[in-house]
Design a protein around this ligand. Structure first.
Ligand SMILES: [Zn+2]
Length: 239
């Protein structure tokens, strides 16, 4: 029956079906917001307050201390998705993040370039090892997790199901790791900003210190408050 159907169809229609499937899968892998492979929290459209969340990936690093100073100046709390091996390198800075009232979350141990190729087992280990390192350093066991590069696939979905973390995405990407202009980065995150949005920044980048200060002034001027990710979704940050 299927063969008869395909025999009747022109050859290119089959090619088109395959191509569409590949495109949908590629979109699902690259776009955490699509929710194609797993459920992730990328913004909260139901938020009752005029609030947004600011998140920082890839730290801790020396630069994180400058980021903490700016946040402290405006009395704003952020959520830090930390890389396990960085936590091991900078245990004092990790503790400082928590001491200043911010939230620590899991961003894998290695943040390897090819982490999307990892097996379920290897990816699960990345998450668990990071939880362990964070617990050893701070006594906290994070429940919030963000996959590197926002990539999702079936192996990552299975790993997260096993570890039981909330998967956190974003909907305002700054590209502060690649764009050299403070103005352009700031415009990317403030343009069409609305309550419930999640901004992605990197506490590892020098340029982000200045961008952050401009962003916090913008929020002040536009009567926005900020929430940590657990507050934004009314979920638990730690086990
Ligand atoms: Zn990252």
């Amino acid at each position: 029956m299927v063969t008869i159907l395909f025999n009747k169809l022109p050859w290119w229609s089959l090619a088109a079906i395959v191509l569409i499937w590949i495109l949908i899968t590629a979109y699902g892998v690259a776009n955490i917001r699509s929710g194609y492979f797993l459920k992730s929290l990328s913004y909260n459209p139901d938020t009752k307050r005029r609030q947004i969340a600011i998140t920082f990936d890839d730290g801790p690093s020396q630069n994180t201390l400058k980021i903490l100073d700016v946040l402290n100046k405006y009395n704003v709390k952020g959520t830090f998705f930390c890389i396990g091996k960085q936590v091991k390198l900078y245990p004092d800075i990790t503790r400082e993040i928590i001491a200043k009232g911010h939230i620590i979350a899991n961003h894998t141990y290695s943040h390897d370039k090819f982490i999307d190729m990892y097996t379920t087992k290897r990816f699960t280990e990345e998450i668990i090892t990071t939880d362990t390192v964070i617990r050893e350093v701070s006594g906290k066991i994070p429940l919030l997790f963000r996959p590197p590069y926002g990539i999702t696939n079936p192996n990552i979905a299975r790993a997260v199901k096993k570890t039981g973390h909330h998967v956190i995405g974003w909907n305002k990407r700054s590209f502060d790791t690649t764009i050299p202009s403070e103005k352009v980065i700031l415009n990317r995150v403030t343009k069409n900003l609305k309550p419930g949005d999640i901004i992605l920044l990197h506490d590892t980048k020098f340029i982000t210190i200045a961008v952050l200060e401009q962003l916090l002034l913008f929020l002040q001027k536009n009567n926005y408050t900020t929430a940590t990710i657990d507050e934004l979704f009314s979920i638990q940050a730690y086990a």
